[in-house]
Design a protein around this ligand. Sequence first.
Ligand code: CA
Length: 670
Amino acid sequence: MRRGFTLLVAWVVVIGLVTTAISLAQEYPTFEVHEIIQYKALPQYSEAPELAEAVARGELPPVEERLPKKPAVIMTSGMSDGPGVYGDVWRTVSAVPTAGWNWAAGVVGGWFGIEECMQEGLVHTGMAWRLKTGEPGPNLATHWEWSEDGKTLTMYLIEGAKWSDGHPFTADDVLFTYYDCILDPHVPSWQGAGTWTVGGEVAQLEKVDDYTIRWHFAKPFPVYLLWYMGYLNFSVAPAHVLKPYHPKYNPEKTYEDFINALPPHKLPPVVLGAWVPVYFKEDEALIMKRNPYYWKVDETGKQLPYIGEFYFRKARAGIQRDLDLVAGTCDQTHLETPGIFTFISEQARLPGARFKIIPGRWTLTFALELNLSLYQGVKDERDRALRELFRNLEFRKAISHAIDRETIARTLVPGPMLRPLPSGFPSGADYYNAEAVISYPYNPAKAKELLAGLGFRDTDGDGILNWTSGPLAGENLTISVKVHEDQTACIDIVEMLVPMLEAVGIRLVPKIVPATVGQAMDTAGEFEFNMTRQDFLSAPYTVLASLAPVTAQTPNWHRAGPGDKRDLLPFEARMIEIVEALKYEVSYEKRKELFSELQKLWTENLYTIGVIEGIYNTAITKRFKNIPIGVPARLHQWFHLNVMQEQVWTPKEEQLPEFLPGVIVKYSKD
Ligand code: CA
């Protein structure tokens, strides 16, 4: 009877898996660039009613004068529902404090979509998933061309686009962003000179004219850099606003002044994005209104965005966004806490549910990082002995064989939304190749055998293996595992790993720390095991430097020690070569071959030890239109960029009242 029930459950799970696999394999449309976006003049333009009223009052120039001569036209052929109507508010939650608006100096606006509303890059990395090329799409750079020798890249900028205060956007903004923010070592930008060093030399950027820039590289075709020219890494900064605060242009200012030049209460900030913050109250809310100077239109000439307002409720924990969605006060969330997957799915299936689930990809990744550095964070002989042990493949195999991934997946969420991850990339990742994965699945007997082979024996009979040689001889084999307290799922997983490792004779001790402390421990290399969500692996080409020991800080689990000391493991030397080759590889097929080799090395050598992978689903209100079919919660970018928020609209009769109706973005004269 019991067996029959178990079998039935197993079958439901298997059928669920098959159905999910089929539904995930569904084709989503891909496009040529010109089917999604073009840059061209249209016979006429129109604007949101509140902006038309402001024009009538003499507070704004007419829409034709605010738009570029050739605005970016979001094409009907790339829309799921076609051109829309103005109005509505997009309600969501931000659970990270808003520190200010100087994004080029690494100042956080509050994540959760806030930065994507305001910032624009040279290229559009969130468009890549829908493009046949799989490459970044155009944005502020309308098109670009490589020289024949691959050592220069000329980019053409949109002409006549304006910042939200009406000031022209030009190549000067781009050069300021590159030289005075990204490359300036005193400015804590998201990327530094290391990323932009090609063939041993930092790439140079030349202003050809106001709307043409030219990159100069020491080595041909560093194509990976296109991925660093988009949102966040290269969100263009307003030079006319920031130069007066930068020590290079104003000797009376310090770098501290520059970094803090745009505090959160200084409203509205000057942006190129579709929405502009106009209201902020700490711990309460951030409200943004449409940018009157936004430089994108639809094919009928309507200035975008359609949705007039963004409302971010300020909260303490990310899970609040999911709860608000269910309560009907939030319009979208990406589901990253497996513990409530089932609850949200049940709510979405209820009759009259106001939201639906967009099935995502297998890009939610949970893995163990074993600290492989012999120098960074090594303070005593215990640290040294453990690192030596972690660097032994037989030990990493033992850990992998000790983990019952099926049980962890099913305990976290019954059903098909989680499954074992052997090691390496999640199966929904770009360039994933199932044939390049080598796995060491659950086999506790094998784990014990491997540990015995390494000399471990329970000499005192307490059930935990003892070291039998070296400085720790006689001690039990005890290992701490760092977990960040905000990563609920990682804590759940570690709680299940403790008895699994104990069953093969290892005592695992969870060390749960606040994220800020955990990040400091990462930097200092002061952890033994690290249980973490490896979101960055969903699009490996966009994070090449994080995949192998190519910078002193990467990968997290094998940082260089003081004086750049690092003893590479044999397979890491080849990984470095692969990553270097990938930087300059133009062909997708050849990249795939290289990534397959990297993935084989990663999984065969258990570079990290995978635990489970999950589907990164999106839950979204049913009233929104133009949500692209199959839009991923996380791939090269987060949902906010993947969806192209400016094209989203709501039918009139379903629109909600705005929190600040009739308010338009205005700047004081001083
Ligand atoms: Ca013992």
